[in-house]
Design a protein around this ligand. Structure first.
Ligand SMILES: Nc1nc2c(c(=O)[nH]1)N[C@H]1C(S)=C(S)[C@@H](COP(=O)(O)O)O[C@H]1N2
Ligand SMILES: [Mo]
Length: 334
């Protein structure tokens, strides 16, 4: 593991620009384009996202599409919805969620969120996930193993990005707890470290920013990792994950800021030391290890009091633990 020898990076001012700034920049670029091409294009109005370079639904689907999985697995979709979970808000439009994603292996933090435009070289099949470290049965699972050994359910979860955008999305997958059980964690294991693929040739932003602490890593305490809510997703909206949402398998932790929900996982390590994580290593004063959603703790550069929904831009007050206190409040004694 390389995390122990990572140095503290010099982080440019532009890093993690608040989304209002992205919007404005993008708008300017688009307005320039519109002016330049005036008369030749019909341009949508009525939203900052409207613009001449928006893909059609088909183009968007095509951009994120992973090589077809065997019918044996695709026939498992849609999985049965777990009735215990409800959004309490309208579900986010599938297209709105697929069009605006964070995946910094493909696009930079100060770029627009059109990751789907940069994932063409990414090959999420074949794929393996290694479980190693402090466990009695370390093992390597391929996608067949994940589909055969785990039983799939669908969960309607709220998602809150630290940048203040939010979405309500149905994920298909299984509890991380049930996956970890296969490897039989040892009592000494206190943390779980997760790591994303490292393939600079498939992910254009990785070689562009070679000083970043790639591969993307995240971590949880063992109590967090084995909580009822902590979910591994193979699919979203009743289909296998598109590339930009973290194909073929990603974490989903609804009570923490989105950056904890690591995508395209290749390794899960049980350890007795708190792991170094990508954002905490890069910008330690802005992104802590725990990263629980909390409206009363402002980000150093913006308030966390409210959030806005992808697609509708509707605003809601942000809730402590993203409203999941009933499940996780006891993990964090006041
Ligand atoms: N490997 C990897 N995982 C990642 C990220 C990333 O850049 N790389 N971004 C995170 C952030 S900041 C968020 S908000 C969520 C976004 O998930 P979505 O883009 O599928 O909505 O993924 C998280 N997982
Ligand atoms: Mo995020």
């Amino acid at each position: 593991m390389t995390s122990a020898i990572r140095r503290i990076w010099n982080v440019p001012e532009s890093l993690h620009t608040p989304e209002s700034v992205y919007f404005n920049r993008r708008r300017h670029r688009r307005e320039f384009l519109r002016t330049a091409l005036a008369g030749t294009l019909s341009v949508g109005i009525g939203g900052l996202l409207a613009g001449c370079s928006r893909p059609s639904d088909e183009e968007l689907e095509e951009a994120g599409r992973v090589e077809p999985l065997p019918e044996e697995f695709t026939s498992l979709y849609p999985a049965e919805r777990n009735a215990a979970f409800e959004y309490g808000r309208p579900e986010t439009d599938k297209r709105a969620a697929a069009e605006y994603t964070n995946f910094y292996e493909f696009t930079g933090p100060s770029q627009w969120k059109d990751t789907y435009n940069y994932v063409d070289k990414f090959e999420p099949t074949p794929w393996t996930v290694e479980i190693d470290g402090m466990c009695s049965k370390p093992q390597t699972l391929d996608l067949d193993d994940l589909y055969r050994k785990m039983s799939l359910e669908e969960r309607a979860y709220r998602h809150r990005c630290v940048e203040t955008w939010a979405m309500c999305v149905p994920w298909t997958g299984f509890r991380l707890r049930d996956l970890l059980a296969l490897a039989e964690p040892q009592p000494a294991a206190k943390y779980v470290l997760m790591e994303t693929f490292h393939r600079p040739e498939q992910a254009p932003y990785v070689p562009k920013n070679s000083s970043y602490p790639w591969p993307y890593q995240e971590g949880l305490t063992i109590e967090e990792a084995t909580n009822e809510l902590t979910f591994m997703a193979l699919g979203v909206y009743g289909e296998p994950l598109p590339k930009q949402h973290g194909a073929p398998v990603r974490l989903v932790i609804p009570w923490k800021y989105g950056f904890k929900s690591i995508k395209s996982i290749v390794r899960i390590t049980l350890t007795d030391e708190q792991p170094a994580t990508f954002w905490n290593t890069l910008v330690p004063n802005e992104y802590d290890f725990q990263a629980n959603v909390d409206p009363d703790v402002a980000h150093p550069r913006w308030s966390q009091k409210t959030e806005w929904m992808l697609g509708t831009k509707e605003r809601y007050p942000t809730l402590k633990y993203n409203g999941y206190g009933e499940y996780v409040g006891s993990l964090y004694p006041a």
